[in-house]
Design a protein around this ligand. Structure first.
Ligand code: SAM
Ligand code: SF4
Length: 500
């Protein structure tokens, strides 16, 4: 393994990334679900213009960059203005009903544009495309092309098909596709922080979740191509990479084998696991910070925690979604752990990484049959853990999921929303308590750019993933600076740059 780490550390190949936002994220960090990102302009004299709007998780943003890369080779520049586009793609999310409704509403608006410019091609990509398949073409007459998450290499052919007057669709899910060889075109980057997709799909089958059906079976990407991407980002001036997967802790790759079941049977020395990969990426360069998301509480190992502790440039932060604080609900959700098991895992994180380690979570209120007492257990678990921030949702039944087939969605919307508000209020309090503990301490901050509110202030993150704002002074984007935190809100640490 040491040798493999050495071998991979000297490879120097190619590529780039960026960060996103979510509706009920509390505590400074945001992720995307009902929000979207567009792409920036590229003008390299290509004959056609592509406009991509990306909805949902970081994985979708990362996928849009793969799509742009594939189409760049086929004569497309990207446009930031939808009215300039020859091809419009919506890269969609199915995780909650609201995310799908947002896309449907957007298509109504795009229909207006298409009336003025009938030759404009409209395509739907991603999870909604995969879930609805040809039904999409029937239900939304404006849509010309439908492509699932594993069909992006086929897009040039699908576009040609539409150019020739047909509707086009490919929703085939692959067991092998990782787009490992494709160098993503960075669409909306701050030039400092980037995402690297390390695996695709999910085999976990949480009963509430549509992802295993829309993104297919789990597969891990060749670590050589991951290290190559990290090296290229470093060369281009990036200083932070976030390794992305639905369950990064189950990352496993073998030189000889791409079948997950057979990889599981191999000896530890024949397989690259997530702790190994993390170490390899950390060794690309000490100035390149490494983050990762998402960890699964049932799979994160002590090895991963010790690797985080060993490398200064692996950020002291873990996103460890609990979903519920009640063991019966966790079992109904098929999460593979109980409340006690989760709390033991948090104790291990604190033992190995200390009290300052940033911990965040995802939570769902009003899952099928959840009682008032069980909801109280989520609140009491939050009191015990004191998350730095959380993404919180009320349960949204998704067609085709195990929960939809097995359980009744029996908690009223009113109760779901009230419970959600209670956990949001709890999290708001905890975020402030946690941030207050950072006041009076010096934090190493990677500067990502100007503060959102004023160009007199810079903004970056500390290792625990908290946003830190301070007066600009002589500092520039991409630099590391020590900031003495003097004040805070629940979302932001506020301070001044200091030496040493
Ligand atoms: N793979 C990650 C994990 O296991 O934690 C996250 C996947 S999902 C894209 C992000 C979050 O959406 C989940 O952690 C869960 O809290 C939430 N989510 C998923 N399905 C949902 C549903 N049907 N209703 C409400 N929230 C849901
Ligand atoms: Fe969905 Fe569970 Fe997989 Fe996360 S681990 S993507 S919640 S099935």
């Amino acid at each position: 393994m040491e040798q493999l780490i050495e071998d991979l550390s000297i490879l120097k190949p190619v590529w780039p990334v960026r960060r996103t936002p979510d509706s009920f994220g509390v505590g400074g960090e945001t992720e995307a679900c009902e929000t979207y990102q567009t792409c920036k302009d590229s003008d390299t004299g290509k004959s056609r213009k592509l406009y991509i709007e990306s909805y949902g998780c970081q994985m979708n943003f990362s996928d849009s960059e793969i799509v742009a890369s594939i189409l760049q080779k086929e004569g497309f520049d990207t446009a930031s203005d939808i009215t300039q586009a020859d091809v419009i793609f919506l890269n969609t999310c199915s995780i909650r009903e609201k995310a799908e409704q947002t896309v449907r509403n957007r298509l109504i608006h795009i229909n207006g544009l298409k009336k003025k410019k009938p030759e404009m091609l409209v395509g739907v990509l991603g999870c909604m495309a995969e879930r609805l398949k040809s039904k999409f073409l029937e239900e939304e007459k404006i849509v010309d092309l439908v492509a699932g998450p594993d069909a992006y290499r086929d897009l040039p052919k699908l576009i040609t098909q539409v150019d020739e007057g047909e509707k086009a669709i490919n929703t085939f899910l692959s067991r092998e596709e990782t787009y490992a060889d494709i160098s993503p075109v960075r669409l909306n980057s701050n030039g400092i922080t980037a995402f690297i997709s390390i695996m695709r799909g999910c085999d976990n089958m949480c009963t509430f979740c549509v992802v295993p059906f829309t993104r297919g079976r789990e597969r891990s990407r060749d670590p050589h191509s991951i290290i190559a991407e990290a090296n290229d980002l470093l060369k281009k001036g990036y200083r932070e990479v976030t390794l992305l997967g639905q369950n990064v802790d189950s990352y496993k790759w073998s030189e000889e084998e791409n079948n997950k079941a057979r990889i599981e049977k191999k000896g530890v020395n024949e397989v690259v696991n997530f702790a190994n990969l993390l170490e390899m990426v950390a060794r690309v360069h000490p100035d390149l910070r490494v983050r990762f998301s998402t960890s699964h509480p049932k799979d994160i190992t002590d090895d991963v925690l010790h690797t985080i502790a060993k490398y200064e440039n692996i950020c002291n932060y873990i996103h460890l979604p609990v979903q519920s604080g009640n063991s019966r609900i966790l079992e109904l959700m098929n999460r593979g752990y109980s409340r006690e098991w989760y709390l033991n895992k948090i104790s291990r994180v604190r033992e190995i990484l200390g009290e300052d380690c940033g911990i965040s979570s995802d939570m769902i209120t009003g899952f099928c049959t959840e009682t008032e007492d069980e909801h109280q257990e989520t609140l009491s678990l939050m009191d015990q853990v004191q998350y730095d921030f959380s993404y919180m949702f009320f349960y949204s039944e998704r067609p085709g999921t195990l929960a939809e087939k097995k359980f009744e969605d029996d908690i009223s919307l009113e109760v779901k929303k009230r419970r959600l508000q209670e956990i949001i209020n709890k999290q708001t309090g905890h975020s402030l308590i946690r941030n207050k503990k950072d006041v009076g301490k010096v934090h190493a901050v990677l500067i990502e750019g100007f503060s959102k509110r004023s160009n007199d202030f810079m903004q970056g993150r500390n290792t625990a993933n908290k946003v830190v704002v301070f007066p600009k002074g002589i500092h520039n984007k991409g630099e590391y600076v020590n900031v003495l935190v003097e004040d805070c809100t629940g979302a932001t640490l506020i301070g001044k740059a200091v030496n040493g």
